[in-house]
Ligand binder design. Sequence first.
Ligand SMILES: [Zn+2]
Length: 248
Amino acid sequence: MPPLPRPPPCDPNADWPIPKLTIRCDDLAHPGAQLFFQHINPCEALREAVLAVYCWLYTPQTVPRNVEKILLVLRPMDGVAHTFGSDIYKEIHFSLDHIRNSSARAKDEIHGVIVHEMVHCFQHDGAKHGGHCPGGLVEGVADWVRLRAGYAPPHWREGYGGTWDAGYEATGYFLDWLEERYGYGVVKELNDILGKRAYGEEVFRDLTGRKVKKLWKLYRDYVDEGSPSGSGGPALPTEGVSRLSLDY
Ligand SMILES: [Zn+2]
């Protein structure tokens, strides 16, 4: 893989619709809050995350214009973060405890999590046309944008995961390989299709000419060839860096 990140695939100064960006902190004395405000300019970070999502998943012609307001809530809680809301209003909850526990690399981790959650504010999943796509694909697209935005955490490893839709960075790196092999914009087209019709596995065949199971096998072969031992792929993340949240 080439060095990360690539240049943005679009003009960040284009006429992108930026929702009203707001923030609430439920405990300013929390060490996580102190780290957040020490390292992050909230307005810039949220705006940068919105633009990352727009640039990697949309064009000025296809970008959703329904989201009017996004609220970032910083509060003590289990897990990492989650996002919910309506068509016009989104709320991202981000754990101050997670920020405290990531103090050694707080700035990159905060940016990375905000980008991931921001994807959930805007991505398509086919639900409006009946039936969501697999949750692993939703999470994989979110981590792929995080990867492309330059905020992959140091413990991420290419080739992790037993199936293409294992989710998170496992699926994110698979999607990145699709971009390398079938051309930049494959993930953008995938997202675009999920805004127009219900999900079906044939979407991968439409984009690449191959079934997703075959694509996963080719990807695994690629990973195995690149691993030092010649088989098995890179080491899996250890327990100490395993994911803490089901919601992230
Ligand atoms: Zn997520």
